[in-house]
Design a binder for this molecule. Structure first.
Ligand SMILES: *[C@@H]1O[C@H](CO)[C@@H](O)[C@H](O)[C@H]1NC(C)=O
Ligand SMILES: *[C@@H]1O[C@H](CO)[C@@H](O)[C@H](O)[C@H]1NC(C)=O
Ligand SMILES: *[C@@H]1O[C@H](CO)[C@@H](O)[C@H](O)[C@H]1NC(C)=O
Ligand SMILES: *[C@@H]1O[C@H](CO)[C@@H](O)[C@H](O)[C@H]1NC(C)=O
Ligand SMILES: *[C@@H]1O[C@H](CO)[C@@H](O)[C@H](O)[C@H]1NC(C)=O
Ligand SMILES: *[C@@H]1O[C@H](CO)[C@@H](O)[C@H](O)[C@H]1NC(C)=O
Length: 932
């Protein structure tokens, strides 16, 4: 019975031993995956074809402007439940950089981009998410080798097929990346930046003898080094830089820098893998000529980390001279995903700050893998020529070898070894008796010789199959000491002696037949050489049935069975339930599953333009929001699947997570994570808002979250995604009142329906960009317009569109005269009064400055012409400034000097909310000049 299962989960792996190359630098290995020839590239790196790999397939690709030979080929693997490993020789107790790169290039002609995992040994290294077919995805890790080999394994394809373009190993020979945590943590490289670079090309080998890639600060990619302060200039020198040790940044990197001529250097960048703890170092060398009375002193400023701002950098003093390296840093610092940092000059410094390079790595917890790892690798090395012995990586993690099953302990133990019919010779390896968690052992149908070893080291053993071998000697009486033994098969061997009495006494299923010299205990000398344990016929069957039921039950608890594996692999299910291309996608739920989860659509939690939303709970306890789309004009099944596949590739902390879909019985259903705190709209205007209104600082945080989600849609994805329908009911709040944007991508799904007219104007009255309405040209600035309206709602507590609030014939918030008048007053004369438009439920709990900042930005967002509106990133910056004002005020308040200067702006125009609901026409509103 278990044998059938093991057949089902046949995993194939590969193993490749690469020697230390005799190349350029000791300890460099450069594998050209899918390549067929060895070659040396332009920069002197020696590439080796991975042609010894027996699994996977190779293919050629061609990507515009990518001429490097190693990127003309790749190796890809089936999208199944297996792992595929490369094993590299390393020197133990040595630090290395390992780099894996992935250039997709549409090798499979599929319109679904691949997404899969890579592991270093048993440690989950990264999830590779391809989002641009022509861009090389790079993952780098710095590690201390503790063993003589290291494995990189690809597995768990959720979309597409796993593939790899290159695998590079670079040995360090010193201690620059030494940390006190290195036996438990790897350093995953997040940012390695060369400031003041000459071009977009990175600096690497041979400039960097260890071939680290120092990325140019000019490189254009989403959210990489934005918000650069005005007055930032690049400087460079040809003078040699004393970098003191060869593993600090190479001279070429240190010869360029940026200088903040206005006193500040500011940057914002996304740190992949963060938030978390990291290793962060900055590299400085004075490369400008300072005249005697000039000084350059500055401090690092990180938002929310005042302690870190105390140290003053004075490069020449710290480095003890010009053209010398100074490298302050943090061995362990907590960093956010979006890092904004500033270097600001001190008040007594005559020159602004200077920065040459920076390196940020994230600590990645090392997974030690199965406790049985070293024992099984000694067994495996004995059979090193057999395919099953060359699977590589950890025996259990992230998925077990084909012939192994493991229990679910955090550090898993091997529970089943299935080596039936593998042509094994010699003695039963004595190491097999050291697996403390072993439950099943299948060695039948081999050519094993010698005695049966003492298995009392494996006290959990339940099933032993040793039949059809050449085993000799007696049946050890120690077998009777295994408390859980249920099945023992030793037939057709060359065993002799008597069956131990202890075994005969036990209630086990057994077969001792076919051993000429083996006798039943107490019957020695009789001719009875055929012994069947217990009885015959019905009794045997009966007991076997009970035993197997027990085993099934127990086994389920202890280690993952095939059906459980399948449940963790949504991609597999789709393959069987859908047609051809584009099938590996988001999880496809059956209507039955959805009905179960929602208790037949029992609890409605919302409804909107796209459909009705129901609450649901999956079998594993996960809460979901199920959106049943109303329109039945959706495209055919295939287009729908393509579209939801696109959705499933969009991941951001400020976007509601898309979990899957269902299209059955004419119903189109989307499944999302459930957001406990409902919509922003409910919090602004819902029934309970009078008792507990959302305060200003919270509103700013919500605005920041939502804007970041939108920024990601606009800039972080492959092609810019325009939401088209931003509104307060599409901003959802989680348990911690953090906001996420929902319904992205749906406009497209709905609009491109049967009519095939893609420019149907969609959106919600009140939020709809007038320019888009007129021109039908959709741009990201249309979303900015809608976001401006949301900001106005946050300020005023007035709905974007209302039958009452704004007076007769005036339903739109931007036509609301008090708002217009107040804002223009502010723009024309310094002291406008916006009190009249501020939500009374904010109860003066806000700083007037931060309120103004948002009001002004909101008005910019709703400018009639898109090109006059700011980008969403600029809006984020303004919100963050407003937040820091509020937080500053908060801490002052906590410091007991209450209500300083709050709301103290002079009232020159006192607009009363109740009495002046005058309304401007939309044309009038737009026509009024906005001073700036
Ligand atoms: C890698 O190491 C193993 C074990 O020491 C050795 O047998 C093998 O030859 C090495 N591979 C190469 C290509 O040097
Ligand atoms: C490439 O070099 C490796 C060892 O350096 C060798 O084992 C392999 O056969 C070579 N492959 C080709 C295609 O020459
Ligand atoms: C490829 O390079 C050419 C010339 O260097 C350039 O004009 C073109 O824009 C590049 N194309 C891409 C896709 O980068
Ligand atoms: C595979 O990846 C998905 C997400 O991409 C994750 O939820 C799942 O746990 C992974 N499965 C395994 C076996 O690692
Ligand atoms: C530095 O010296 C220059 C002239 O050499 C002078 O103009 C300037 O004011 C001085 N600056 C300071 C900060 O002393
Ligand atoms: C079994 O092993 C023997 C000797 O090592 C070999 O000659 C034979 O081809 C192997 N058979 C199989 C099926 O692997």
């Amino acid at each position: 019975m278990e044998d059938g299962l093991s057949l089902l989960c046949l995993f194939f792996f590969l193993l490749l031993f690469m020697g230390a190359s005799t190349a350029q630098m000791p300890g460099f290995v450069s594998l050209d995956c899918g390549g067929t020839v060895n070659f040396t590239d332009d920069i002197g790196l020696e590439w080796t074809a991975d042609d010894q790999v027996i699994y996977g397939q190779t293919t050629n690709i061609s990507v515009a402007n990518e001429t490097r030979k190693q990127y003309q080929t790749l190796r890809y693997f089936p999208a199944d439940n297996r792992k595929y490993c490369y094993t590299l020789n390393v020197t133990s107790r040595t630090r290395y950089l390992i780099r894996a790169t992935f250039l997709y290039g549409y090798f499979d002609d599929n319109n679904v981009y691949p997404k899969f995992d890579i592991c270093l040994g048993a440690t989950h290294w990264a999830t590779i998410v391809i989002s641009d077919a022509d861009m090389i995805e790079v993952q780098e890790l710095i590690f201390l080798a503790l063993d003589s080999t290291v494995s990189v394994c690809l597995s768990n394809a959720t979309t597409g097929q796993p593939f790899i373009s290159t695998l590079e190993l670079r040995q360090f020979n010193g201690s620059v990346y030494l940390t006190q945590f290195e036996s438990q943590f790897y350093l995953s490289v997040s940012a390695r930046i060369n400031f003041g670079a000459d071009s977009e090309a990175p600096v690497r080998y041979p400039d960097d003898p260890f071939d680290r890639i120092w990325e140019s600060d000019l490189l254009k990619k989403a959210n990489y080094l934005v918000d650069v302060a005005a007055g930032t200039e690049k400087v460079s020198t040809r003078m040699p830089i004393d970098v003191s040790s060869s593993e600090t940044p190479p001279q070429k990197v240190m010869q360029t820098a940026v200088v903040g001529r206005n006193g500040s250097l500011t940057y914002r960048l996304n740190l992949d893998g963060f938030p978390g703890f990291g290793w962060a170092f900055t590299y400085f060398a004075e490369i400008e000529d300072l005249i005697p009375n000039q000084t350059r002193k500055f401090r690092l400023v990180l938002p929310g980390e005042p302690e870190l701002s105390k140290a003053v950098v004075n490069i020449q003093e710290n480095a003890q001279g010009k053209y010398r390296l100074y490298e302050p840093g943090f061995y362990n610092i907590s960093l956010p995903f979006v890092l904004s940092f500033r270097f600001g000059k001190t008040s007594d410094s005559s020159l602004g700050p200077l920065l040459n390079a920076m390196e940020i790595n994230k600590y990645l917890k090392r997974n030690d893998g199965s406790v049985d790892g070293s024992i099984i690798s000694s067994i495996v090395s004995f059979y090193s020529s057999a395919e099953w012995a060359r699977e590589g990586g950890d025996p259990c993690l992230p998925v077990p070898w084909s012939w192994v099953q493991c229990n679910s302990d955090p550090q898993p133990r091997i529970a089943k070894i299935a080596l039936s019919g593998k042509n094994l010779t010699g003695n039963i390896p004595s190491d097999l008796t050291k697996f403390g968690g072993l439950v099943e052992l299948w060695l039948d149908g081999n050519s094993l010789t010698g005695p049966i070893p003492d298995f009392t080291g494996c006290m959990d053993l339940e099933i032993i199959h040793l039949e059809n071998n050449q085993l000799t000697g007696e049946l050890p009486s120690s077998l009777a000491q295994l408390p859980n033994l249920k099945e023992l098969y030793v037939q057709n061997n060359k065993l002799s002696g008597t069956v131990p009495f202890g075994l005969l006494k036990k209630n086990i299923v057994s077969n001792y037949t076919g051993n000429i010299d083996l006798h039943k205990g107490g019957n020695r000398g009789s001719n009875n050489n055929i012994i069947i344990g217990l009885s015959t016929g019905a009794a045997v069957l009966f007991i076997a049935t009970i035993a197997s039921c027990l085993l099934m039950h127990k086994g389920k608890k202890k280690y993952l069975k095939q059906d459980q594996l399948e449940r963790t692999m949504p991609a597999q299910r789709l393959v069987s339930s859908l047609g051809d291309a584009a099938k590996e996608a988001a999880q496809c739920f059956t209507l039955l599953e959805i009905e179960d989860a929602t208790k037949k659509f029992e609890r409605k939690v919302g409804s909107g333009g796209f459909g009705v939303v129901y609450y649901g709970k999956l079998k594993d306890g996960k809460e979901i929001a199920v959106k049943v789309l109303t329109s039945n004009s959706y495209q055919g099944k295939r287009e729908f699947t393509n579209e939801v596949t696109l959705l499933s590739r969009i991941h951001h902390r400020n976007l509601v997570q898309f979990l899957g879909y269902c299209q059955e019985d004419g119903k189109s259903i989307l499944v999302y994570e459930f957001m406990h705190n409902g919509t922003l709209k409910e919090h602004l205007y819902g029934p309970q808002t009078h008792e507990r209104s959302v305060n200003w600082i919270k509103r700013l945080e919500i605005a920041e979250d939502a804007a970041k989600g939108i920024e990601y849609l606009h800039m972080g994805c492959v092609s810019c995604i325009i939401h088209r329908d931003l509104k307060t009911s599409n901003i959802l709040l989680d348990n911690n009142m953090r906001a996420k944007v929902s319904d992205f991508g749906l406009s497209k799904l709905a609009a491109d329906g049967a009519s095939h007219v893609s420019s149907i104007v969609r959106g919600t009255v009140g939020y709809l960009d007038p320019e888009y309405y007129i021109s039908q040209q959709l741009t990201d600035k249309s979303d900015v317009y809608s976001f401006g309206v949301i900001l106005l709602e946050l300020i005023s507590g007035q709905e974007a569109i209302s039958n009452e609030s704004f007076g007769v014939n005036c339903r739109n918030i931007i036509q609301w005269e008090p708002l217009m008048v107040a804002t223009q007053a502010k723009l024309h004369i310094e002291n406008g009064d916006i009190q009249g438009i501020i939500d009374p439920s904010l109860c003066d709990e806000y700083d007037i400055q931060s309120m103004w900042k948002i009001a002004e930005k909101a008005l910019m967002c709703v400018q009639p012409h898109g090109n006059m509106r700011p980008s969403i990133s600029e809006v984020i910056k303004e919100i963050q400034d407003a937040l820091s004002i509020e937080r500053g005020a908060e801490s002052v308040k906590e410091g007991n000097s209450d209500e300083i200067s709050r709301n103290s702006v002079h009232s020159s125009l006192n607009m009363d909310l109740g009495s002046s609901k005058h309304c401007l026409s939309i044309d009038e509103a737009i026509a009024r000049p906005m001073a700036r």
